[in-house]
Write a protein that binds this ligand. Structure first.
Ligand code: G6P
Length: 489
């Protein structure tokens, strides 16, 4: 395996494009840049693949420090500028910050994310006015920068895997530039049903779908999301849907896109190795000490509107009210680490969650018992400690493409963990039979499910957890990636 992932002759046979890349930078007081690695699963997946040494990962610079790093490297190629990219060639695009912010914050995160997760408070939002049109133009420009970079780096006939709702327009733009390429797109979120998707201005709805249909293969985590995408194509574009060897297909303007289902799973070995490290063990000891011999209900999420942390806390409060036998016998540890704080909705949501936790503390807390512990800072080792120690996992998103936490917890659980799982998470397709499914809006039903989960015998909990762990490991990131490459023929 080469040290640097420089593709032979500078032209890649395999390309991955995503908004967030495997490296991010921070600038030190002396002006130097420090890199940190993320996106582990995809990096190792890429490198373990045949031809992985001829791959390029194209991503956006997300911060000023990223932009500095991208500018310092020739053509944004971080791997050629001495950065440890895990052996993969990484091209970071130095996109104009105003264009990037409008594309990422206003369109990707405040519009497409809201549409696919059904997050709008409809009486007041969304509002598609003149500023929105400018934001949409920036989203198009940002997608075009990706398409142009991919077109430059791709060898003839190369395969390109475009990721997520940030890059819905790139497949079509790329096909126009390079009709010889095999293009795949993968959506990590749910897809909105047509009635909701139609809140988008007609031209925006059309461009989004046509952009995606520039791909030869469009992947989703769940058949529910693929079906919704096909329904939107029929409804908005008048496209034709069919089936080919068990795959849904969408045909529009003479081009056919196959829809594939690839429910991402867990890298079991990698996760267990990380969770066995010293920092996790030390967090585990502290957490155990504060919980004593009580049961623990855990949750681990980004502080994300779709994760439904608020109704989770309301359900916990209702549990303590209606099933008082659990008072002083259980602790709810909720890790809600920060996310997308450039958006006011997310900052307000953090405050809302903190207020609810304080109310529970006020109503039920005693000198010897803290009923709820809420963490709003990021600490991956602490999250992994919670994965290991939880008796019950509360995972109740209002809607979720997959939800990997629901798969990771059974893999790491020490004593077995009952999963209270939203029917609206993609993970419910595979884990539904072994978990306790809940309607995420039904706080009372969630309280009942928590009671049932806490009351479950150790044997049953263990047996369910073991079966879920097997399911969770079925499609690890490397295989998930390889499947999408082979789906491109
Ligand atoms: C979640 C979603 C992904 C998305 C990512 C972006 O993990 O499931 O679909 O790509 O968030 O998060 P970011 O922090 O980059 O906005």
């Amino acid at each position: 395996m080469p040290q640097s992932g420089q593709p032979r002759d500078g032209r890649a046979r395999l390309l991955v494009a995503s908004n967030r890349g495997p490296l991010s930078f921070s600038e030190q007081l002396d002006g130097s840049l420090v890199a940190s690695r993320g996106g582990g699963g995809l990096v190792s997946g890429l490198m373990s693949m045949e031809g992985g040494d001829e791959a390029v990962w194209v991503c956006a610079a997300l911060s000023d420090a990223d932009r500095l790093a991208a500018r310092r490297a020739t053509d944004g190629r971080l791997d050629l500028d001495g950065h440890d990219t895990g052996g993969t060639a990484v091209r970071m695009l130095d996109i104009d910050p105003a264009t990037f912010n409008r594309a990422y914050n206003a369109i990707a995160n405040s519009t497409l994310w809201f549409v696919h997760h059904l997050l709008y408070a409809i009486p007041t939002a969304p509002v598609f006015d003149a500023p929105f049109r400018r934001e949409w133009a920036s989203y198009l420009a940002y997608n075009r920068e990706f398409a142009e970079a991919l077109a430059e780096d791709a060898a003839p006939g190369a395969k390109v895997l475009v990721q997520d709702y940030h890059l819905t327009l790139t497949p079509r733009l790329l096909r126009e530039l390079r009709p010889d390429l095999r293009i795949g797109h993968f959506t990590h979120t749910p897809w909105a049903p047509p009635e909701y998707f139609r809140v988008l201005p007609a031209a925006v709805a059309r461009e989004t779908l046509l952009g995606m249909l520039g791909s030869d293969h469009a992947g989703f985590h769940s058949p529910r999301w693929a079906r919704a995408f096909a329904d939107c194509c029929i409804d908005v574009l008048g496209a034709e849907c069919g089936e080919d060897e068990g795959c849904l297909t969408v045909t529009c303007d003479g081009h056919t896109t196959r829809l594939g289902i690839h429910p991402l799973g867990v890298d079991v070995e990698g996760l267990r190795e990380r969770a066995g490290q010293h920092d996790v063990a030390s967090r585990l000891a502290t957490t155990r000490e504060s919980i004593g011999d009580r049961q623990v209900i855990v949750r681990v999420d980004r502080t994300e509107l779709s994760k439904n942390i608020g109704r989770g806390l309301l359900a916990y409060a209702e549990l303590l009210r209606r099933y008082p036998q659990w008072r002083d016998k259980v602790v709810h540890v909720a890790s809600a680490y920060p996310s997308r704080h450039d958006l006011p909705e997310y900052r307000e949501y953090t405050g809302h969650v903190q207020r609810l936790a304080a109310e529970i503390e006020d109503e039920f807390g005693t000198d010897d018992w803290r009923p709820v512990v809420l963490h709003v800072t990021d600490d991956y080792a602490r999250s992994l400690a919670l994965y290991r120690i939880g008796d019950v996992l509360l995972c109740n998103p209002v809607r979720d493409g997959m939800n990997l936490v629901a798969k990771e917890v059974p893999v790491l659980s020490e004593n077995g963990c009952t999963v209270v799982l939203s029917t609206e998470a993609g993970a419910a397709d595979e884990l539904g039979a072994e978990s306790l499914l809940v309607n995420p809006f039904d706080v009372s039903a969630t309280a009942d499910a928590l009671h049932e989960a806490l009351s479950m015998t150790h044997e049953e909990r263990r047996a369910r957890t073991d079966r879920m762990a097997v399911t969770a490991g079925k499609l690890p990131p490397a295989q998930w990636l390889a499947d999408q490459v082979s789906a491109l023929g």
